[in-house]
Design a protein around this ligand. Sequence first.
Ligand SMILES: Cc1ncc(COP(=O)(O)O)c(C=O)c1O
Length: 400
Amino acid sequence: MSFLSAALDRVKPSATIAVTDKARELKAAGRNVIGLGSGEPDFDTPANIKLAAIHAIEAGKTKYTAVDGIPELKQAIIAKFKRENSLDYKPNQIIVGTGGKQVLYNALVATLNPGDEVIIPAPYWVSYPEMVALAGGESVPVVCTAEFGFKLQPQALEAAITPKTKWVILNSPSNPTGAAYSHAELKALTDVLVRHPHVWVMTDDMYEHLVYDDFVFTTPAQIEPKLFDRTLTVNGVSKAYCMTGWRIGYAGGPAQLVKAMTTIQSQSTSNPSSIAQWAAVEALNGPQDFIPTHNKVFKERRDLVVSMLNQANGIDCPRPEGAFYVYPSCAGTIGKTAPSGNVIGNDQDFVTELLEAEGVAVVQGSAFGLGPAFRISYATKTADLEEACKRIQRFCGNLK
Ligand SMILES: Cc1ncc(COP(=O)(O)O)c(C=O)c1O
């Protein structure tokens, strides 16, 4: 019998981390590899945020804090929810965790019993189904095709709800597709949810600030106040504030749920880093002007990548509203032969052959629950993106 827990049989290692590791390995071996697998901004953390952390260290703010976050950060989060989302939370409705990832995991562990179902629109962020499985629940993926902009349709949501449904997870703008729900699209979903009072909403708003072309971001509890008492609004500083390594995420939700999540956190990791919490206070309360500056660059990169990919044989790349991902279909390459002589049978083969032939690392769509497609993260230097797209064009052009 294995020494390891049976829980490990229920989870897969992250495909996105696997691609990033593989690209790193090839680079270390001297190959010229462009990695488009990893989901983090290439911009540095803004200087004022770094300084706040340095000041926190110097001022001795280096001890354990309250498990659910320092009062100053909770206040900054409350102000952010009010200012940007018109949501009113009290301190006992806020929890700070070690990244949005921990906050989502805490919520699932704190609520799921065996057999409980969680509706997850696909393509999804790789971690949702794995977290649900670890927490003992059942994920119910609902495929959302490119035809509908990769967005969950109200009828499909309605059809997926059963008496066992506990949560629906929404993620807009989305990792991996970049798709973001307009007010009307989200309202159509909240209308369905209002009719099913046993279903709670976990909204992952991590990419809130990364939207382009005048897109207006909204979140379920803001659109439908009737859902406020059964919505967990999850957010964090990783993406918009270029703070992936600092590990601060947070959520607003019903006090009873937040208390349960705090209990889980208190017996697992306790408070997130005191220093990172002080940095997050500055991120949320300080100047926000670098966000539009970064977004201008992200938008230019998105447009570059979409246009170049659409010139590649067999690739069809929709133009998404936000985040820093595109999710092109590679259906037109299936059945063709790569330079290695191997036939491309699916998106995993496409990704492997592309890395082998041209040294471009992307992640196969099947890892996100919808293929044949692949995800490109364009949070990478523009020159590298351009070169990577040229290589993809060449790779597709050479397929026989
Ligand atoms: C959709 C989504 N949610 C949550 C996270 C977690 O972010 P973090 O734990 O860095 O705050 C990520 C990170 O990649 C993400 O893409």
